[in-house]
Design a protein around this ligand. Structure first.
Ligand code: F0G
Length: 470
């Protein structure tokens, strides 16, 4: 190609206005939300990077698919179309639709995981961990050591620690019902897992007789990184790479709200007939009949089209490039981030950026609040508020304190990203004025969604004139 600029590989047919707010409006909104960005009204957010889950823009082909949705209760045409696409990509025999990823987790773990057992994973994301713990089992994270060093640049920081996995299987194997790998590793910076690591995990699981499941939310982004970074894959298509990834596993859980490019949906796919039967029975009890599983026929159509669009090379190149573009701009301006940029998000290393805020005052949470106050940007803390509360009620600081800026798929353009960079660099320039926060109200599990917080020292920002922000 003669020209190097990577463009958004689409044109825009429908637009949704976003609203600017004043600094004092944002102050009031934050106060009303108990200093928890989850509790804001989305209308008070200018650029919403809370999550890449269910927030993407659908294509004209997906909307067209929705119009042909078959809403039959049983045996709908839309289900068979959905099933065929999932089977083509994953190769798994049984496809069980669910309303989103956590329902697939709940059903799988409900049937396969028992009290006192251990589920190893490169890193469990929040709901995955909570669903393991809901079975009174232990969710054990074993990422490779390099995955825990934000500044280190390495191609596959999402890998599972194979030596640690083998030790668990050898010494505590009787307590391991299944092994999981999350692609890409969301809690660990959206970092990819290599094909070699997936293959070696599969071999270990076979040797010890354990089923191996992939948490496949971002399988297409992971396939793209394998194509870009792993020897031997440059000439393969993302579909071929995804097919190989899944070929090493016995099943997967999937949130179609990510690389399914849909606003809702998910599935559990697996090969084991008996387990699939038990999961289907539980599905009927809690989600719906097996050919819709809590979804409308039109959702199944949107997912069937979306799963294929997520594997288009133009799309994957644009997507990973727009995330890296933000990463490069703010790295050049001195903002410490998880390197290299991940597939769906930039993760700011708040521990490195705000060394004056101790971990028990939640530096990443405080930073996420300031990003909102300064520029109307909504991000999410992936740190000690999200992961610090243990099942026994004690508090243990998270390994990393990250602020994730997750990119909805096909929603924002380059000027939005330029604006983000400007706000982030500004906040970096006032970072010594930022103070920590404390939790004043929290539920017993998944506290980050509903907890209320307050500044730990009277104010979130000290020594700054609010005129700065207008
Ligand atoms: N697994 C991973 C790795 C995830 O990132 C998520 C969701 C889930 C499972 C659960 O899927 O939301 O459809 O029930 N992650 C979103 C996020 C919410 O913001 O990263 P779900």
């Amino acid at each position: 190609m003669k020209f190097k600029t990577i463009i958004e590989p689409f044109r825009i047919k429908t637009v949704e206005p976003i609203r600017r707010t004043s600094f004092s409006e944002r102050q009031h909104a934050l106060l009303a939300a108990g200093n928890n960005l989850f509790l804001l009204h989305a209308e008070d957010v200018l650029i919403d990077l809370l999550t890449d889950s269910g927030t993407g823009a659908m294509s004209s082909a997906q909307w067209a698919g929705m119009m042909r949705g078959d809403e039959s209760y049983a045996g709908a045409r839309s289900f068979y179309r959905f099933e065929a696409v999932v089977q083509r990509i994953t190769g798994f025999k049984h496809v069980i639709p669910t309303h989103q990823g956590r329902a697939a987790e709940r059903i799988l773990f409900g049937e396969a995981v028992n009290r006192g057992q251990i589920v190893p994973n490169n890193t469990h994301f929040d709901t995955t961990r909570a669903n393991v713990e809901n079975q009174h089992a232990e969710a054990r994270d074993i990422p490779v050591a390099e995955g825990l060093q934000p500044a280190l640049i390495a191609p596959f920081k999402g890998n599972i620690d194979l030596a640690a996995l083998e030790t668990i299987l050898r010494e505590e194997g009787d307590r391991v019902p299944l092994v999981m790998i999350t692609v890409t590793n969301n809690s660990g910076g959206g970092q990819p897992v290599s094909m070699a690591n997936i293959r070696a995990t599969s071999e270990l699981c076979r040797r010890y007789g354990k089923p191996f499941f992939i948490d496949a939310c971002r399988f297409a982004e992971n396939a793209w990184f394998i194509k870009m970074r792993e020897a031997g894959y440059a000439d393969k298509t993302p579909l071929e790479i995804a097919q190989e990834m899944f070929s090493y596993a016995d099943g997967c859980t999937m949130s179609a709200k990510k690389d399914g490019m849909s606003n809702i949906g998910g599935f559990l796919a697996l090969n084991d007939d008996a387990l699939a039967q038990r999961c289907t029975n539980l599905l009927i009890l809690t989600e719906g009949y097996p050919t819709y599983g809590g979804l409308a026929g039109y959702d199944l159509e949107a997912i069937a089209v979306g799963l294929e669009e997520a594997l288009h090379e133009d799309y994957l190149q644009y997507r990973t490039r727009s995330v890296a573009y933000l990463g490069e701009k703010i790295t050049a301006g001195g903002v410490p981030i998880m390197q290299p940029p991940g597939g769906h998000a930039i993760y700011i290393d708040a521990k490195a950026m705000l060394p004056h805020i101790p971990q028990h005052e939640y530096p990443a949470w405080a930073l996420s609040l300031v990003l909102y106050l300064a520029g109307g940007i909504r991000s999410v803390e992936i740190g000690s508020v999200m992961f610090g509360l243990q099942p026994d009620g004690s508090e243990k600081p998270a390994v990393m304190e990250l602020v994730r800026l997750a990119f909805p798929r096909r929603v924002y353009t380059q000027s939005h990203v330029d604006y983000l960079a400007e706000v982030l660099l500004y906040v970096n320039s006032i970072k010594t004025h930022i103070r920590g926060v404390k939790i004043v109200e929290q539920p017993p599990t998944l506290r980050h969604f509903t907890a209320r917080l307050e500044p730990a020292h009277g104010a979130l920002l000290v020594g700054l004139d609010s005129a700065e922000f207008e």
